[in-house]
Design a protein around this ligand. Structure first.
Ligand SMILES: N[C@@H](CCC(=O)N[C@@H](CS)C(=O)NCC(=O)O)C(=O)O
Length: 211
């Protein structure tokens, strides 16, 4: 398998974690988003959304990190990243989608660049925007982690897709120096995940192409 990715892209980071958790070897092609590699014709033919990640499996390509993680789950079920019952699966999907659908899109590179370039927002204003939406998201997630279904991780005592999506968002928030003091459960689960080699190896700082 081959992963088209970017080192600091949190959506790519999710897929690296899932591949590592499942012990799947893969080749990587790193794109430089700041240089606009993903906007060039060559990559647009690979992924018309012009975003990373894209997973290539033989002659087939899969876009969108949630679709990729679900594809990996269905083709390589062990260890499972989704619980066995429909209700539990719905719970971990809800947490993953809170990150993927409510938080990440508001803080994506193209959105932040648009705010700065087209809306003349200062770097300070951009960071305020970023921090606001991250804190809004974690404010919703924090009470969800108080339920008895949560254990050492977002759901139970082994990592699921919810942790796969949570961890990169926390790393991003740290990069933007967002205050996470109000979210002790989020931070505790993040710390536990980062002790696992699958998460640690996937961290942008540990990427072979990290600059
Ligand atoms: N919902 C997509 C998001 C993909 C995405 O937007 N990736 C970012 C990097 S994390 C990207 O390629 N951004 C390029 C840009 O904003 O121009 C997924 O989960 O894969």
């Amino acid at each position: 398998m081959k992963l088209y990715e970017a080192v600091r892209s949190s959506a790519s980071f999710r897929v690296r974690i899932a591949l590592n958790l499942k012990g799947l070897p893969y080749e990587s092609e790193v794109l430089d988003l700041r240089a606009g590699d993903h906007l060039r014709e060559r990559y647009a033919r690979i992924n018309p959304m012009r975003a990373v990640p894209t997973l290539e499996d033989g002659e087939h390509r899969v876009a969108q990190s949630m679709a990729i993680v679900e594809y990996l789950e269905e083709t390589h079920p062990e260890p499972p990243l989704f619980p066995s019952s429909p209700l539990e699966r719905a719970r971990v999907r809800a947490m993953a989608q809170l990150v993927a659908c409510e938080m990440h899109p508001l803080n994506n590179l193209r959105v932040l660049s648009y705010l700065e370039r087209e809306m003349s927002l200062s770097a300070q204003g951009r960071d305020l925007w970023y921090g606001h939406w991250v804190q809004e998201g974690f404010r919703s997630l924090e009470p969800m982690l108080a339920g008895s279904e949560s254990g050492r991780f977002c759901h139970g005592d082994s990592p699921t897709v919810a942790d796969v999506f949570l961890v990169p968002q926390v790393v991003n928030a740290q990069r933007f120096k967002v205050d996470l003091a109000d979210f002790p459960r989020v931070v505790a689960i993040f710390d536990r995940c980062m002790k696992l080699p699958a998460f640690e190896r996937a961290h942008p700082a540990n990427h072979p192409a990290a600059g």
